[in-house]
Each structure stands twice: as C-alpha cells, then as structure tokens.
Write a new protein. Sequence first.
Length: 220
Amino acid sequence: MQREDAPSDRPGEQLPARGHLRPAALCPGGMTPPPTLAEVRAEAFRRLAHGVADRRSAFHTPALATLGPDGAPAIRTLVLRGFDPGTRTLALHTDRRSGKWAELAAEPRAALHAYDAAAQVQLRLSGRAALHAGDAVAAAAWAGSGPGSRLSYGIAPAPGTPVPEPPPAPREAEGGGEAHFAVILLRFDRMEWLHLHHAGHRRARFHWRPEGLEETWLVP
C-alpha cells in the first residue's frame, strides 16, 4: 500500500479510444512492467476530464446510484458537466423535482459508475453529494447551459409523474425551467479502477482519508 499526493491533470486532454498506460502484452523480452498506481490515478483523472470536454467519450454519460427512502438502490444515467481534480468533485445537473434530488437530500452518499468499452476501462467512484438550487452555483451552471438542455427543465408536470401518454416537448417559457434546475456536486473519496486485458486484468483502489491517500492494487 502506498500514500501519494493527488496527481496533476490536464482537463480536456485527448485520449486514444483504446489507449492505456503501458502495453500489458507478452513480448520477446517478457511481460512489460505494469503501470504505477500514480500513473493509474492520473489516467483515471484524465479520463474524467475528457468525459466533460468530449460528448463522444464513454465517460461523458456515467451512471449515478443513490438510495431511495425505502433503502433500495436507484440508478440512472446523467451527463458529466464538470470535474475539479483538485477537490475530486464532479458536477451533474438535475431537476430539483426529480426522485434523485429527494434521495440525495435525505441521504447524500452516492456512487458513480463509468465504463469505456473500447478502452476496457471501468471507474467506480463513491462519496457525498452537495445540492445546489437557486444559488450562485446553480445560476452559473444555468448560464453555461445550452438552449436545448434548458428546455428539458421546463417540462410539466414533474419528472416521474404518471401520465396517460407521453407529453409534448416542453417550451421553456411555459415551464419555468430555471426554477427547476439544480446542480449536484459529488465529491468522491473512493475510486476503483479496472482495466481488462487479455494478458492480465489490472485493478486498483484509491481511498482519500483525512490522514492521507491510501492506494493499493487489488485482485481483479
């Protein structure tokens, strides 16, 4: 087990679809050395940053898991809107009338999952969510949202309401989208990275504790 400081990252760095840190295939000289834990952590952070910048990235649409009021898990796909590597904080947008908003208000612990099938890289993150609606954080995020994204928050009645047939597409002026718009800031303190490869899978765990970072390899 090792302890190291957080890596430096370059948001938006382009990554090859099947890129990974070092080839894990057999060669005449034998098996190439595996990546270090610091390299794995840096790659994971780069992929999160790339997921924000590139809508074609598999990490652009991770799945967020929450706990419902009855204790049952709930999961859904969201768009990754921001990532701050310094604070390990992910930004996601939601409708404050949605079930996930109520679930996170009651229990802020949450988990996020992303998988890039081309690169065969999986990330599992867990931490606590902070909710923002009607404040400076939400206002800044709303100002940076495109017209198409804004329209979805004007839908009425609220998301998840039973209806006899699919409702028509909303118009922002009618629905008051900004009043329903909210931001989830998920600060993770645990991260698991998994890379699948025919020559040998690699799995690592990172845990940011108050006393420092603990990181270790795991059996895949």
